[in-house]
Design a binder for this molecule. Structure first.
Ligand code: NAP
Length: 230
């Protein structure tokens, strides 16, 4: 199988996707700032410590990987969210969201495309349902995800002839450490959230199509929508 880079591989969806890719036989370079919380260990899971908001450091890290590896799958998954009325979201948090959720995927994809073209590979962008519908109290977060959505669909049109597949996944509320620092979380009822394994299953589906068919968008939603204040 092939080599994958997964950002945000230390927890939640990125960790779930990394486990699935390893199970499918891929070798995964997982990028995050801190793997001390990550219990997953496997010879085909290579943790790489890198802060995605540091563009120069990101470029160096990824160029090092691409010098020795041919890339087949890039999963732009890492993301942060700060929520509340927009006038309460501090500029440093707005900047962190734009850097992590939008600039890093654009830069990483730029670096990866040559290798992906050679291997007829995949760019899989983990956006969010907030990219597709307006909602209150997450305007800046939604803007970064809508930007990723637009980038992803435009890139597919640009590179489809070259054999690269570009896919966007739009998860709704997913039970992960994403909510650890927030003042709300999914209701404790399995009908009210997705799991990282659900999103990883979607990635497996994306990668299991016949050559020539591309699943360009996957929207995943829990049966019910219920959040609770902490
Ligand atoms: P999570 O468990 O908090 O995972 C976020 C990942 O991103 C972690 O591995 C984190 O690693 C990494 N990360 C954050 N900032 C980083 C930085 N500056 N440099 C490197 N890595 C960084 O949350 P999650 O729910 O799995 O989120 C994954 C993606 O799904 C995000 O893009 C999120 O927006 C999206 N999403 C989540 C939900 C949801 O309800 N949970 C819904 C829709 C979309 P370190 O902290 O170790 O660096």
């Amino acid at each position: 199988m092939g080599v994958a880079i997964v950002t945000g591989a230390s927890s939640g969806i990125g960790l779930g996707v990394s486990k699935k890719l390893v199970e499918m036989g891929h070798r995964v370079y997982g990028i995050a700032r801190d793997f001390s919380k990550t219990v997953f260990k496997d010879v085909n899971f290579i943790p790489i410590v890198c802060d995605l908001t540091d563009t120069a450091g990101l470029v160096k890290t990824v160029e090092d990987i691409l010098e020795r590896e041919d890339l087949y799958i890039l999963v732009n998954n890492a993301g942060v969210g700060y929520f509340g009325p927009h006038e309460t979201i501090k500029p440093k948090y707005i900047e962190e969201m734009v850097r992590t959720n939008l600039i890093a995927p654009l830069v990483l994809t730029h670096l990866a495309l040559r290798s992906l073209r050679k291997n007829q590979g995949y760019v899989i962008n983990i956006a969010s349902i907030t990219a597709l519908q307006p909602g209150r109290f997450g305007c800046a977060y939604a803007a970064t995800k809508a930007g990723l959505h637009q980038f992803s669909s435009s890139l597919f049109e640009e590179v489809r002839k070259s054999g690269v597949k570009v896919v966007t996944v739009y998860p709704d509320i997913t039970q992960t450490p994403f909510y650890d620092k927030l003042n709300f979380e999914p209701e404790d009822n399995p009908y009210c959230y997705l799991t990282p394994e659900c999103v990883a299953g979607a990635v497996e589906f994306i990668l299991s199509q016949r050559e020539g068919t591309v699943v360009t968008q996957v929207v995943l939603r829990p049966q019910r929508l219920q959040l609770r204040k902490k």
